[in-house]
Structures are given as C-alpha cells and as structure tokens.
Design a protein around this ligand. Structure first.
Ligand code: MG
Length: 255
C-alpha cells in the first residue's frame, strides 16, 4: 500500500495511491501517516492534480555511511565492523519534484540514492527481531552531499545539511521486503547507480536496532540506509531520479 501526503487547493491531506489515483483518507497522525483503522473519505484526485509533499515530517534523519558491499569494493575500502552514523537536520527535507538548491559554498555536489526507512512508533533499544513492528514503511531518499566540504571539514555536518539536501518520497510503501529491491539513480535519464538492497552490509533490522540503542527514534523519523556504487556529481539544470523498485521514483531538479 502506497501512502501519499499531498496538497490540493492549499489543503494538506493523506491519501492511498492506486493506479495513479489518490484516495483521500483521514490519518491518525500528522507526523507519519498511520491509516490502519481509518476509512477512505470519498474524495479522490488524479495524481497529476495534486502537489506531492514529503511523506513524513521527521524530527531527525539518521544516515549510515558506507553500507553497500559493492560500494566498499568500488572505493577499495574494508567492510566496517559497525555502522558509521551521521545526521541530517529536518530542514534538509524536500518532497518529490522540489528543487535541490546548489549552494554557492560548494563546487562539488553529489547525489546518493538510498532506501529510506520510516519509523512508525517510538523506538528505544529494540532487538533486530522486533524491528518490523516499529517500521511504518519505506521511501526513497537522495542523500545530497557537498563532497568538497565533507573532505575539507573532516566531519560531515556542513556537507550534509544544506537546506534541500534531503529529497524524500515520492510516497511511502507500507508493505515491502527491504532486503531485495533494486535501487538506482538516473541523472538526466542516464543510469548512474544500479544495485540491489541485498548488497547492504548492515540490513535494515540490524541498522534500526543499532541506532535505537543510541538514540530514541520518534514516529516519522527517517533512517537513510546508505548508497550503492556510482556516486557522482550534480550540476545546476540536472534532474536527479532515485528509484527503489518496490516504492517508486523520486525526481528532483537542481537549481
Ligand atoms: Mg549517504
């Protein structure tokens, strides 16, 4: 089930997406759509008639550094013993079709296609086997990075945190096997990244558990699970399209 947050006639609403139609539902939460027991309201719209919003409003986006075996091989790096974590502030999040703004401070802005995990309920010190019940769904994320500033600063906050550096969407898929989905990035229609989530070093349940032992995860928080090989640069005028097989394609122009 694909759950969409959208704007129509200046009103924000949540809907279920079926065959490019959006069926409005009442949501149990403004932060993360939880619609298990909520009925359809009867209003429906063509997907082309609504403005797609980010699927959730995270209090934090927790990201993982190197997490694909094929990416580690590409970089000739050893596999890490533990996930390397960093944060993106919630002010980085934009939705499908919104513009990534190329900051004047950087000369190298890179794309990174990633599977996003959306937290469904407050999670603190959760065992891997209990993780699935704490996940609301999955989305697509582009971990946009000012690579030159990442290398210059030695730590990653500035490079990862410019406004608009976290495209997220276009919607959330509530039921999906996160362990076997194709993941790709096209820039201006050209394939740049092409892998599968089965190449993750730390699978979703392990990552989620690891993070939850460090910080409490709130409903709507997002975990970005790392990027496969083929990371490269974006230029002003480009269109970045990140795809996760079971979710869909997240498209964002660069301005
Ligand atoms: Mg990344």
């Amino acid at each position: 089930m694909k759950i969409l947050r959208f704007q129509k006639d200046n009103n924000e609403a949540v809907g279920i997406l079926k065959n490019r139609m959006v069926y409005e539902v009442s949501s149990e939460s403004r932060i993360v759509p939880q619609i298990g027991s909520c009925p359809e309201l009867g209003n429906s719209h063509s997907l082309d008639e609504v403005k797609i919003l980010p699927p959730v409003y995270p209090s934090k986006v927790v990201c993982v550094g190197l997490n694909y075996r094929d990416h580690a091989k590409e970089l000739d790096m050893e596999l890490p013993d533990e996930p390397v974590l960093f944060l993106k502030p919630p002010t980085t999040v934009i939705g499908h079709d919104e513009a990534i703004i190329y900051p004047p401070e950087s000369r190298q802005v890179d794309y990174e296609a990633e599977l996003a995990v959306v937290v469904g309920q407050t999670a603190h010190k959760i065992l891997p086997e209990d993780v699935p019940e704490f996940i609301a769904g999955y989305s697509v994320l582009n971990d946009v990075t000012a690579r030159d500033l990442q290398q210059k600063d030695g730590q990653w906050t500035r490079a990862k945190s410019f406004d608009t550096f976290c495209p997220l969407g276009p919607w959330m898929e509530a039921e999906m096997d996160p362990a076997n989905q194709k993941i790709s990035m096209h820039v201006n229609g050209e394939l740049r990244q092409d892998s599968n989530t089965r190449n993750m070093i730390f699978p979703v349940e392990e990552l989620f558990s690891f993070i939850s032992h460090i910080m409490t995860l709130n409903p709507g928080d997002v975990i970005a699970t790392g990027t496969p090989p083929g990371v490269g640069q974006l230029q002003v005028g480009d269109v970045a399209e990140a795809t996760v097989e079971g979710v869909g394609t997240l498209s964002n122009p660069v301005k």
